[in-house]
Design a protein around this ligand. Structure first.
Ligand code: MN
Length: 242
């Protein structure tokens, strides 16, 4: 049996093929696994558990079917869906994970993160991250009407797109020192994350130790999944038939 990791699906009603591929993945590949981990940005945006769009509700129903069939599902917040909370868990049967987290896979401890915290060259983003992860900010945001929250989230997404396009490619990637620091403090040899949409398996050294950084891909054009079993990790893309 294997454990599956995915991230950065960015599901919402504007991209039906992603939802379709995710639902197929839940019914087929994910069915006979030990656990499914979703490492952030399952949703394109999340303005509160009281306001999923129809595609997001369908994704939650798909997760509910999977968890009801006995496959545990663990979800980490991404930078888009960090407001997922108790109601989401109740509806999906998924459990929220802290970021960072060490998961032991077939005897190997693996440091697992969404990945945005590693992008420390992007100072403006890190300032924004600190603001929106603040409990008071979140309380005030969630007290707004759904329409007001939706408008703010739309403006934030447009701002984020413009910001990412204006930034050099290297600035929006992980910072090498932040990766080293994360692996050193966790004491693991493997780091697994998403967020950057740059799927790869990188070899690196931390204090003379050989280490590996595995990056999951997004689901915009095709699916991306890391399958980990007793033989180790395998990073694959899932072609889209639709
Ligand atoms: Mn992200």
């Amino acid at each position: 049996m294997a454990t599956l990791f995915i991230s950065d699906l960015h599901i919402d009603a504007s991209r039906p093929p992603i939802l379709e591929q995710f639902l197929t993945f839940l019914q087929a590949e994910a069915r006979n696994t030990e656990a499914l981990y979703i490492l952030g940005d399952l949703f394109e945006s999340w303005i509160g558990d009281d306001a999923p769009d129809p595609a997001q509700s369908a994704a939650i129903d798909g997760l509910r079917t999977l968890t009801s069939n006995g496959v545990p599902c663990f979800v980490m917040h991404g930078n888009r869906d960090f407001l997922m909370s108790r109601q989401f868990c109740g509806a999906s049967g998924a459990q929220l994970l802290p970021d960072p987290l060490i998961v032991t896979l077939y005897g190997e401890p693996v440091l697992v993160m969404h990945g945005d915290a590693l992008c420390t060259d992007d100072r403006a983003y890190q300032r924004l991250r600190a603001t929106v992860r603040d409990a008071d900010w979140q309380r005030q945001f969630l007290a707004l009407s759904i329409a007001a929250r939706r408008a703010l989230a739309g403006a934030a997404r447009a701002g984020s797109r413009a910001h990412t396009q204006a930034m050099e490619h290297s600035i929006t990637d992980v910072n090498a020192d932040s990766v080293t620091l994360a692996l050193r403090s966790a004491g693991t040899s493997t780091l697994l994350h998403g967020h950057t949409h740059r799927p790869a398996i990188h070899a690196l050294q931390v204090d003379g130790r050989p280490c590996t950084r595995i990056v999951l891909g997004d689901w915009y054009e095709q699916g991306s999944v890391l399958r980990w079993d007793r033989h180790g990790p395998e990073l694959r893309s899932l072609s889209r038939i639709i």
